[in-house]
Write a protein that binds this ligand. Structure first.
Ligand SMILES: Cc1ncc(COP(=O)(O)O)c(C=O)c1O
Length: 375
């Protein structure tokens, strides 16, 4: 059965909103290869990221054809040793681990913090005392940003390179002095452009190297390192610019739906669901809850029967994905928190077209699905 209420609906610009950018692209007949729209998109992104932070100084940006490619290029630009071992949390999109593998490194998959559902500097520190780790790749799971100052301190203290996967955490994720950040602009993200991503770093050598890698490895007409083609096209940059023009409205609509969920979940299911701890995003991207005691798949099935589409975002966790496990090392005897989340997480419909009635219907039907699944 097709669910009447879909889980995600992208909030994209209309043809009219895109038109001025598409027209300017046609006027100069420049469609990719670091064209004027990609350059403009990068400078607007840089401005936003600099404004989010009290730190001064430059931020370099390298836009890419996807967030996954930004991760892969960032890892390639960080001067890690060949076959380096990169600590990643088990609760992540497969993209995090596949980027590590495809960049020629080995993911070391570890457990996450039980309240915040992320890899923290404390967890990383525990592992680097026990096994060889060459870099750490924490993930801003489900959207809330990570504390880049805490990761900077960790990196300074341990000498460990850190790359933050902030796929869904634009624009809250600040760029560390020592920690570059990757964003995704997939259509379902808050700043959705279809497909696209960006690497942001305060070490401009990293973004310069990533840019060179995104263009086959060319530097001044010569390929000095084998790169790939991961450039952002002018078409996608046009969507990005139109989205930045609509930004205030996009955020307002998402915040309104988030507030409705806060209110109605608390009212209807005060005890049965667990939420991710910490400060929510200023531009929320997903609504994820955990239902302790019941398999998420069972609840989702009952929810779908009631016309509501849900998802098990980031599940199965990385250590349970056969194609990743075969190329990775699992650190720690057990990963109880990742196992719990993998079993119990549910992504509820969350998009800017939702009304109070929709949120109320999802929540009531979730309560009924939980009751039904418990029988
Ligand atoms: C945390 C995280 N990492 C990586 C990615 C991959 O980005 P993309 O889909 O743009 O390749 C995403 C988005 O899907 C994400 O949310």
């Amino acid at each position: 059965m097709n669910a009447a209420l879909p889980c995600l609906v992208p909030d994209m610009p209309s043809v009219l909103e895109l038109q001025p950018y598409l027209r300017s692209m046609d006027q100069v007949a420049w469609y990719t290869n670091f064209g004027p729209l990609a350059q403009k998109f990068e400078s607007r992104l840089t401005r936003v990221l600099r404004r989010r932070d009290r730190r001064t100084g430059s931020i370099g940006i390298c836009t890419t054809s996807s967030g996954t490619m930004a991760l892969e290029l960032a890892l390639g630009a960080m001067n890690l040793p060949p076959k380096g071992r990169v600590l990643v949390p088990a609760v992540a999109l497969p993209a995090t681990a596949t980027a590590v593998i495809r960049a020629g490194f080995v993911p070391l998959v570890c457990d996450v913090d039980p309240q915040h559902w992320v890899l923290t500097p404390e967890i990383a520190e525990k592992h680097i005392g026990k096994t060889r780790v060459d870099a750490v790749l924490p993930v801003a799971a489900f959207g809330p940003s990570l504390d880049s100052r805490a990761w900077d301190e960790f990196s300074a203290r341990t000498g460990m390179p850190v790359l933050i996967d902030a796929g869904a955490a634009y624009p809250d994720q600040t760029v560390g002095d020592r920690c570059p950040v990757v964003f995704s602009f997939h259509a379902t993200k808050v700043l959705g452009i279809g497909e696209g991503g960006a690497l942001a770093a305060r070490d401009l050598q990293i973004t310069t190297r990533a840019k060179c890698l995104s263009n086959f490895g060319f530097t001044e007409g010569e390929v000095l390192v084998p790169g790939t083609n991961a450039k952002l096209s002018e078409y996608h940059a046009a969507v990005g610019l139109a989205q930045l023009d609509r930004w205030a409205g996009i955020v307002q609509r998402r915040q309104a739906v988030w507030r409705l969920y806060d209110e109605i979940l608390h009212e209807v299911l005060p005890e049965q669901v667990v939420r991710q701890a910490g400060k929510p995003s200023s531009a929320p991207s997903l609504m994820v809850v955990a239902i302790p005691g019941l398999p998420a798949a069972r609840v989702l099935d009952r929810l779908e029967m009631r016309g509501i589409q849900g998802r098990q975002w980031y599940c199965p966790a990385l250590h349970l994905q056969p194609g990743i496990r075969d190329h990775a090392e699992i650190v720690g005897d057990q990963l109880p928190h990742a196992d719990f989340l993998s079993e119990h997480i549910i992504g509820l419909p969350f998009h800017s077209r939702m009304t109070r009635e929709d949120v109320s219907a999802v929540t009531r039907k979730l309560a009924a699905a939980i009751e039904d699944a418990a029988q």
